[in-house]
Design a protein around this ligand. Sequence first.
Ligand SMILES: [Fe+2]
Length: 210
Amino acid sequence: MKPSSKFWLNLGIDLGFVHFIEQKAQSLLNSEKNAPTNIHSINELVTALSEGERTTYNQIVRSIDIPIVEFENFCSWASDCYTRNCVFEDEKFELILLCWEPGQKTPIHDHGGEECWVKAVQGEFEEVIYKLDDNDELNLVKSDISKTNDITYMIDFMGFHSLQNISTERSMSLHLYAKPIKSCNSYDEASGKLINRELVYSTFPESLEN
Ligand SMILES: [Fe+2]
């Protein structure tokens, strides 16, 4: 029998965390039942995500085996900031290819309450994770390196993070957000505060252009 919300609250355990664990457990069960074969194209990936549900997304992302040349169709580059190139978007999820010049970095940000998977398509990234303390100050929790084909995951109760291309070459990362994220809280270096930032695409795929 599933314990009630009161049971977890009495133990001092955050209900968001309980929900997350329940979702992940369901995801593991689903992935065993419906493990997709490897995904070899962006079209196959979009189809798998469209036909799947959030609990299967973890397994789907781990099945990606798409040649780099497919991602090159969505690339754009800018010297002042990494670019966010929309690969696909609907009401359920969005797929974005981020293109990074060496050294480019995101601000520290959260994910608007949504789930986020990042696959390093090419290059090497540093992810730094922070948590807010009781004084609303961001404290560094840990940092990790992602190499080509590594996958990372974030959701707001895990904290905030920043990503940086630490390789000496241009790099690409594929981001899956479920649901799409229209805005997020992001650390503003100038004011030293978190501000709500609207998220925009640098480019759209042909099918979304009008
Ligand atoms: Fe992020």
